[in-house]
Design a binder for this molecule. Structure first.
Ligand SMILES: [Zn+2]
Length: 467
C-alpha cells in the first residue's frame, strides 16, 4: 500500500518518516550493494538506523535519497551477533580488560551485544552494582551490554541474591550466574531456579561438581601428579542434576560452556522430555583439544578444560542438530603475568570475541555442517531470545533494526600474536588456520567496526557512520 509520499509502507511507518530520524543524526543512508543476506543470493540492502528496503526497491530509493553506496559484493550479511558469556573485567581488573576494550573486541568479532558476567570485583550481586555497570556500559560501550547478575551473594554459593529486585531494576537483569564457580549446593540452586522463573529470568550454571574437581588443572586423561585431572563426569552430573531440578519446577535453566560428550547426551535426553534447558558451547571447545596441554603453554589453560577429539565431535554434532542452542565466547582476558607462569599457577581463560565467528565458519560452515541461516540462529537469534534482548538477533528484513554484521567468508588467515582489540593477549588461536573475517559491524545503523585495510575500501563518507 503506497504511503502519502508514494513510498511503500514498510513496517508500521512510512519510509520517509523513518529516514528523517536518521538524517537528524547527521547520517546519510547506506546502500550495501550486492550483499548476501544469510548467505543467500546477492541483494542490495538500504539501511538507516533500520533496514529500509532490500532488492530493487533499495536501489531505487538509494538514488532518490543520495545514499552512500558501498560495494559489499558477495559479503555474507548476518544479524549482529549476540554473546551470552563475556568477561568484561570491569569493575576491578581493568588492566586485563574494560568496557571500552571488550566492546571494541566484540564489534571487531561481529558482536552487537554482549552479556557481562558477574564475577567482577566486586561481583554484580546487588541492584546498585547492576545499575552502575549498566550505566557505565551505556555511556562507554561500543556495543550493547546486558548485565548478568550473580546467583549468590559474593558468589559464595550460600545466599541467593535478591533476584526479583535485580530483574525489576533499571539494569533489567535477565540472566543470573555465579560463572567461574558452580552453584554446588542443590538446595541453593533449587531456590535460585524458582526465584528466577518467578521473575521471568533464568539461571545460567557453570557446571562443575566442586568435590570432583578439587585442584583440577587439565582434562582427566591428561592428568599427572603435578596437574590433577578434571573428570568429564564432574560436568555431566551437574548438568543432569540441574535439568532434573529445573524440570521439576518448570523453571528454565541454561548451561554455560558445555564441554563433554556426556553432557550433550544428558541435554538431548532432557530436551526430549520437555525440560526448558538451553545450552552454549565456547569456540575453543569446538576447535581445540587437550593435545595442546602437551605444549605446557598456559594460554591453553581454561575452565572447563580442553577435552578430547571425541568430545569436540560430540559438541559439533550437538550444535548442528540444535541440542546446543548457542555459541558463546567465554571471552576471558588475563594480564600476561597471570599466564606467563607455571601451568598450575596460571589463571584459566582465553580470549574469544574476535575469533568466534571464524571458528564457527572453519569448523561448522566450511565442512557443510551448518548453513549461514543456522549461524544466525546459533550466534544471534537464539542468544538474543535466551537473554531477552528484544531488538537484537532480528531477521535481516525491512523494518528491522540495522544491527548487522558483514562477513567475508573466503579469507583464509592465521591470527598473529597480539593482533586483537583486547587489552590482554591470551589468544589461543595464534597460528591456527582459520577461515572468514568480519569486515564491518553495524549497531542500529552506526558502523561500530570496519576491518582495517579491507580490500574493498569503503568510501570516506562511511566515516560519518562510525561510532
Ligand atoms: Zn564458567
Amino acid at each position: 500500500m503506497p504511503g502519502r509520499s508514494g513510498v511503500r509502507l514498510v513496517g508500521a511507518r512510512p519510509v520517509s518518516e523513518r529516514l528523517s530520524g536518521h538524517a537528524a543524526a547527521g547520517r546519510r543512508p547506506l546502500l550495501l550493494r550486492g550483499a548476501r543476506p544469510l548467505g543467500g543470493p546477492r541483494q542490495d540492502v538500504l539501511v538507516t538506523h533500520e533496514v529500509v528496503a532490500t532488492g530493487a526497491t533499495a536501489a531505487r530509493l538509494a538514488a532518490d535519497l543520495h545514499a552512500v553506496r558501498v560495494d559489499v559484493e558477495d559479503l555474507v550479511l548476518l544479524p549482529g551477533l549476540v554473546d551470552l558469556h563475556t568477561h568484561l573485567r570491569e569493575p576491578g581488573d581493568e588492566a586485563s580488560e574494560d568496557i571500552v576494550s571488550a566492546t571494541r573486541a566484540a564489534a571487531a568479532g561481529g558482536f552487537t551485544a554482549v552479556h557481562a558476567m558477574a564475577n567482577t570485583d566486586p561481583p554484580t550481586d546487588t541492584v546498585a552494582r547492576a545499575e552502575a555497570l549498566a550505566q557505565a556500559a551505556a555511556a562507554r560501550g561500543v556495543v550493547d551490554v546486558a548485565v548478568v547478575g550473580a546467583v549468590t551473594v559474593g558468589r559464595r554459593g550460600v545466599d541467593v541474591v535478591d533476584i526479583p529486585a535485580m530483574a525489576r531494576s533499571r539494569a533489567r537483569v535477565r540472566i543470573f550466574s555465579d560463572d567461574g564457580s558452580c552453584v554446588g549446593d542443590p538446595s541453593v540452586m533449587r531456590q535460585a531456579l524458582r526465584s528466577a522463573a518467578a521473575a521471568g529470568a533464568l539461571v545460567a550454571q557453570h557446571a562443575q561438581e566442586p568435590r570432583l574437581t578439587e585442584d583440577a588443572q587439565v582434562n582427566e586423561r591428561r592428568a599427572t601428579v603435578e596437574l590433577p585431572g578434571w573428570p568429564p563426569v564432574a560436568e555431566d552430573v551437574i548438568v543432569a542434576r540441574d535439568c532434573v531440578l529445573g524440570h521439576d519446577l518448570g523453571a528454565p535453566v541454561h548451561i554455560c560452556h558445555v564441554s563433554t560428550a556426556g553432557a550433550v547426551d544428558v541435554l538431548r535426553w532432557a530436551k526430549a522430555r520437555g525440560t526448558a534447558v538451553t545450552a552454549e558451547v565456547a569456540p575453543h571447545h569446538l576447535l581445540l583439544t587437550d593435545e595442546l596441554v602437551g605444549t605446557g603453554d598456559p594460554v591453553y589453560k581454561v575452565n572447563p578444560p580442553l577435552r578430547s577429539a571425541e568430545d569436540v565431535e560430540a559438541l559439533r554434532a550437538a550444535l548442528a542438530d540444535g541440542t546446543i542452542d548457542a555459541v558463546a565466547t567465554d571471552h576471558a582476558p588475563h594480564v600476561s603475568s597471570r599466564k606467563s607462569c607455571a601451568w598450575s599457577q596460571a589463571s584459566p581463560g582465553m580470549l574469544g570475541l574476535e575469533r568466534a565467528l571464524a571458528v564457527v565458519l572453519t569448523t561448522m560452515v566450511a565442512p557443510g555442517r551448518l548453513e549461514w541461516a543456522q549461524v544466525a540462529d546459533r550466534m544471534a537469534h537464539r542468544p538474543a531470545l535466551i537473554g531477552g534482548l528484544a531488538d537484537q538477533g532480528r531477521p535481516v528484513a525491512a523494518g528491522e533494526p540495522a544491527t548487522l554484521t558483514l562477513v567475508d567468508p573466503t579469507v583464509r588467515w592465521r591470527a598473529a600474536p597480539r593482533s586483537t582489540m583486547s587489552l590482554s593477549d591470551n589468544d589461543p588461536y595464534v597460528g591456527q588456520p582459520l577461515q572468514g573475517q568480519v569486515e564491518a559491524t553495524m549497531l542500529r545503523g552506526k558502523v561500530v567496526h570496519l576491518a582495517p585495510g579491507t580490500v574493498r575500501g569503503w568510501p570516506d563518507d562511511v566515516a560519518d557512520h562510525l561510532a
